[in-house]
Design a protein around this ligand. Structure first.
Ligand code: SF4
Length: 357
């Protein structure tokens, strides 16, 4: 009997086309003997029209679409579950192509014509802030820039469907630390703001960081036009070390110096996020320490109501405790906004994102 020999051919892996920039797509198109403008057509399908397959690229010939499909893949995120809060906030869990899950939140304020999406940049987070549900998860991986843009595209559609209004603002404040996924964060902003992408104004985008001094300076050097929010949460190093371990390598002096540099280089808006933790960070001394940091560059403080997370030892401050702290800051000439919590009945508020069912 003749035994058949099985020859194993190498499996050629398809390339995620959204990892290529326009010049790389042009290069490939040229190699296929196609005119250069085909690359711009493909690019527009990917970033302006958010196509999720090659089949839908109808201004390309069927043969060319098949050729694309044999070389490349598009790995869109998909909606896994949606929860709607009684206050209108919508939390969406997305499943990624590898089965990992992330969450985004749509926060509508129709009276102000403000529809904000809060996007994630990592699956989980490595920074372990002590009050945060995401911090209890392990960091599984970084998101690609396309996976960040997909959140904006899909939540924008939700906003249109539910409120008849597109999203107006984007905050990089969901799961993960954007500056530890620097390249994907910056590339996603490029696609969101580019006229060849979603065409949004960078002034409507805020990157929120737990505070990585050297990456804040890099943002400034790279000329980013977005706003920056520092999740401050404590105004002296001893306290901040306790609740945000990242402070041990990035103390307040280094952060303020980085923010001063960022402001000098970019003149972009800076804010401090300050979560109101009962009995932890709302004393009059905390207010004085915080006010000192506010004199170094123009900055606004957003005090955010905290929502207790099961298993974590922090409590929600009473409204009077938060208001007294806000007033103390105002008396020290600090610009303050107190943000009442949104989406708390669906665990969509700040620090509550944890992929729970
Ligand atoms: S607050 Fe932000 S940086 Fe800190 S653990 Fe949570 S997701 Fe990570």
């Amino acid at each position: 009997m003749i035994q058949k020999q099985i020859i194993e051919l190498p499996v050629t892996q398809k390339i995620d086309i959204r990892k290529l920039d326009l010049s790389e797509i042009e290069e490939w198109v040229k190699g296929q003997g196609q005119p250069k403008f085909r690359a711009s057509q493909i690019y527009a399908w990917l970033w302006e029209k958010s196509a999720t397959d090659f089949e839908s690229m109808t201004n390309l010939s069927k043969e060319f679409r098949e050729l694309l499909d044999s070389h490349f893949e598009i790995l869109p995120i998909r909606i896994d579950a949606v929860q709607k809060s009684s206050d209108g906030t919508i939390k969406t869990r997305f499943v990624l192509h590898d089965g990992n899950k992330i969450e985004s939140v749509l926060i509508p304020v129709p009276d102000d014509n403000r529809f904000t999406v809060c996007v994630s940049t990592q699956v989980g987070c490595s920074l372990s802030c002590k009050f945060c549900a995401t911090g209890m998860m392990k960091r599984m991986r970084n998101l690609s820039s396309a996976e960040i843009v997909d959140q904006v595209v899909l939540v924008n559609k939700q906003s249109m469907d539910h409120f008849g209004h597109p999203i107006t603002n984007i905050v990089y404040m969901g799961m993960g630390e954007p500056l530890l996924n620097y390249q994907a964060t910056v590339t996603s902003i490029f696609h969101i703001t580019s006229p060849k992408g979603l065409g949004m104004s960078p002034k409507r985008i805020t990157i929120s960081t737990a505070g990585i001094a050297k990456m804040i300076k890099k943002l400034a050097d790279d000329g980013l036009k977005c706003n920056l929010a520092l999740s401050l949460h404590a105004a002296d190093d001893a306290k901040r070390d306790e609740i945000m371990p990242i402070n041990e390598q990035n103390n307040l002096e280094s952060l303020m110096e980085a923010l001063q540099y960022f402001y000098k280089q970019t003149k972009n808006r800076i804010s401090f996020e300050y979560v109101a933790l009962h009995g932890v960070n709302l004393s009059m001394l905390d207010a004085k320490n915080l006010a000192k940091h506010c004199r170094k560059f123009p900055v606004k403080v957003n005090i955010i109501e905290y929502n207790a997370v099961e298993g974590l030892p922090f409590g929600r401050a009473a409204m009077e405790e938060t208001d007294a702290f806000g007033l103390a800051l105002r008396n020290l000439d600090v610009t303050v906004t107190i943000r009442r919590s949104r989406g708390k009945d669906i665990d969509a508020a700040c620090g509550q994102l944890a992929n729970k069912d």
